[in-house]
Write a protein that binds this ligand. Structure first.
Ligand code: DLL
Length: 433
């Protein structure tokens, strides 16, 4: 499969090291000279930009966290005057003010390159129509893939999210080749295609580029089956660059990180020390090719592992596992850490559809977890006894994976809310902040 920028994606490790070192020095200089927040941090630590000689010195740099962006809301961490900005995006957190990010013309090119690499890795070419059903707006999903498609020379179709039947009509009429949306929306589109009696084989869609929320391998297989496509993962976050920070290739074995622009580390969130390759920890990025917001050692809160083993696709870049979730999405139920993605994994391994919701409550001062799972159409006519047996089976599988008891309740097909963007899987009513 053609690689969009093989000179970087397949570069020798020595060359990448040299590029990263040179870019880090530049990023540190920009940050120190133009962002008072970093200058103060460096001064407090007794650190000078000239103490950084190569990428190997990255651990000397201070970390940045989300609240640093919030504390300097809206533009306080930008390294360039507003006249240099060509775009602003923002992500709405669950609490407080949004996180605001800015891009110069050069930054947009960096981002578009990253997204173009992802589209090419999913088999996209100039001849393809890229159907973008991520939301357009302050969210980076829509415009990120849009610019990536145009950069590649493909045809961008800016549908945005919502109005699912119209999405399907456009897929049919325009013959879109690559579908880009969240995995949960891909599921919904797939279900709707089937419910409308359309055979997905009659569509021209070959591949999907799905991300913006955690999803599991069994969910990938389910989306692939429903839409009869190859489903690719794409990762990104507004603070670093939207979609296109990392993406998976045809091997689907971890996402290649665009490490010539976004230098990754994985740390133990408690000790802040690096963890060995292959071990899970918190992903940290340093932007080494951006002008407006050159964040240093940004703690993403995403939990994943890094892999340096060579990939058979020919790319030499480091890969990240699918994020298991965010440390702030992690539920602590009766003292046990639970990621919603673990629940998803268990349900799908047992052949259920990925339509589920986790309800957490506190009863008699004890955490209570209920997993509501939609039964498939074929189960709907089953006897109560059989359904109870299915619930028990899922409860015991969850118990052995999570080490806690969670009640499972089968609900009617189609009764749980569907998502057109990021799915809301957890309803935590314990009133914990
Ligand atoms: O979600 C950017 C994006 C748009 C990525 C479209 C991929 C596709 P934010 O809204 O800032 O940006 O949310 C970023 O979403 O820190 C992760 O927790 C999560 N996330 C993004 N991609 C993935 C993925 C966009 N492939 C946050 N797997 C990140 C798991 C993901 N989680």
């Amino acid at each position: 499969m053609p690689i969009y920028q093989p000179e970087m994606e397949c570069a020798s490790r020595d060359y990448l090291h040299a590029v990263q070192s040179q870019r880090l020095l530049k990023a540190v200089k920009i940050a120190y000279e133009n962002i008072p927040f970093y200058r103060n941090k460096f001064d407090e630590m007794g650190l000078q930009p000239q103490d950084i000689h190569s990428i190997d010195d990255i651990h000397k740099l201070p970390f940045t966290v989300k609240t640093d962006l919030r504390d300097h809301y809206p533009f306080g961490l930008f390294a360039v005057p507003q006249s240099e900005l060509v775009r602003i995006h923002a992500s709405s957190g669950t609490t407080g003010k949004p996180t605001v990010v800015g891009y110069t013309a050069h930054d947009i090119q960096v981002w578009a390159d990253g997204a173009a690499r992802a589209i090419a890795a999913a088999g996209g070419t100039r001849d393809d129509i890229i159907h973008v059903s991520y939301g357009y707006g302050l969210f980076t999903g829509g415009l990120g893939l849009h610019y990536g498609a145009e950069r590649l020379g493909a045809t961008a179709l800016p549908v945005s999210s919502g109005n699912t039947k119209r999405q399907i009509q456009l897929l049919q009429d325009f013959g879109s080749n690559i579908l880009c949306c969240t995995p949960s929306y891909a599921m919904f589109i797939g279900e709707t295609v089937r419910n409308m009696g359309i055979d997905p084989k009659t569509l021209q869609v070959r591949a999907g580029i799905f991300g913006a929320e955690p999803w599991t391998e069994p969910m990938r297989r389910e989306v692939e089956r429903l839409l009869d496509i190859k489903a690719h993962d794409i990762y990104g976050l507004s603070e670093i660059a939207g979609p296109g920070v990392a993406y998976d290739c045809e091997m689907q074995s971890g996402m290649h990180i665009n490490e010539d622009y976004f230098y990754p580390e994985v740390i133990d969130p408690d000790t802040l020390q690096p963890v060995p390759d292959g071990e899970y920890g918190e992903l940290v990025f340093t932007c080494i090719g951006k002008e407006a917001l050159p964040l240093l050692r940004y703690r993403t809160r995403d939990i994943c592992a890094l892999m340096r083993t060579p990939c058979s696709c020919g790319r030499t870049t480091i890969r990240m596992t699918k994020p298991r979730g965010r440390s702030d999405d992690m539920l602590i139920i009766r003292g046990v850490n639970v990621f919603p993605s673990q629940v998803e994994h268990v349900l799908l391994e047992l052949g259920m559809d990925p339509n589920y919701q986790i309800l957490v409550n506190r009863k008699n001062n004890l955490d209570d977890m209920e997993v509501q799972v939609e039964m498939g159409e074929q189960m709907f006519s089953d006897t109560v006894k059989n359904l109870e047996a299915v619930e028990k089976k899922m409860e015991s599988a969850l118990q052995s994976t999570l080490n806690i008891h969670a009640r499972v309740r089968l609900v009617e097909p189609g009764s749980l809310p569907r998502s057109e963007g990021k799915a809301k899987r957890v309803i935590d009513q314990r009133g914990l902040v």
